[in-house]
Design a protein around this ligand. Sequence first.
Ligand SMILES: [Mn+2]
Length: 341
Amino acid sequence: MQETMNEYSGLVLAYLPSDKEKEVQIFPHARVDGDCVGTAVALASSLRKLGYRAQVILDWQIPPRLSFMNVPDDLITVVTDDNEQEIRSRQGLAFAVDCSEGHRMGKAESLYSGAEKKVVLDHHVSASPEAEIAYVDGKSASCAELMYLLLQTWEEKFEQKLIDRFEADCLMVGIQSDSGRFSYENTSPSTFQIAADLMERGANVTDNAYHLFDETCEGKVRLHAMALSNMKLFADGKIAVTKITKQMMDETDAPEGAADGIVNILRDIDTVLASFVIRETENNELRVNLRTKVGFDASEFAQKMGGGGHHRAAGFSGKNVDIDTFADTIVAEASAFLERT
Ligand SMILES: [Mn+2]
């Protein structure tokens, strides 16, 4: 049975490295987003205030679209073939945030999975935690909300402020990202209560919203135009699909992450219950983003396809298959899924 946040908080504290030379290493998922970065960074920074060594271990650099978060370099270590052993030697505890399993961490997987002591904090309904101590709340809109609750218990226990302006802003980025600026179904009264306190502590909602949702560039606008005009509808308009090839990325000179948001536009078509954006990646994989409305469980469908996520937003990948064939498979599977549910 899942313990309460208070119990979890105590268990985590007791599990932190007693040898203060050892490091708490915090692992977000690969293909980072505002929630996993915000949560990880707020934890690392708070642990340092409590006198622990803490580092966020990333599979790749923080992408330019999140550079507005101004995460200090010394909080982050990016895993390479050269430094993996050295990172392992500093390890006192591995702490997964916004994901529950090593295989979600890209190149950081073996550093997490091989750790002696593991803790998870997550809000993915499809999670099956790979850790001795785990707190997973699938109802929480963001992992940042859970991190806020955890840090609040520590603030009370140590009578020390941990969430200052920087940490508050990081957590707010997580909440705004994963709640779709307080508009997705997962947004709860608690989301607003936490956000209100973070705002009082100095979080900047307006700048975050611009950088997370509105800021764009020419290449991205051109890519969106192309992807939207190629969109196809199936199953009486209930399923929308578009493909983004590497050639389209090149032609439009679209930056990394430029395809973000297209899947939401397709979902918002009045007849659509499930939208899919299928994208060719640099390493010749296919990456599928899925958004749905009530009547189509994105998490269940994505798991069926070997991926995972939330009820309304999920993803999965395709390997060794061309994009057209994979699109046909997805349409057939999604149509059958609709018939059944
Ligand atoms: Mn999240």
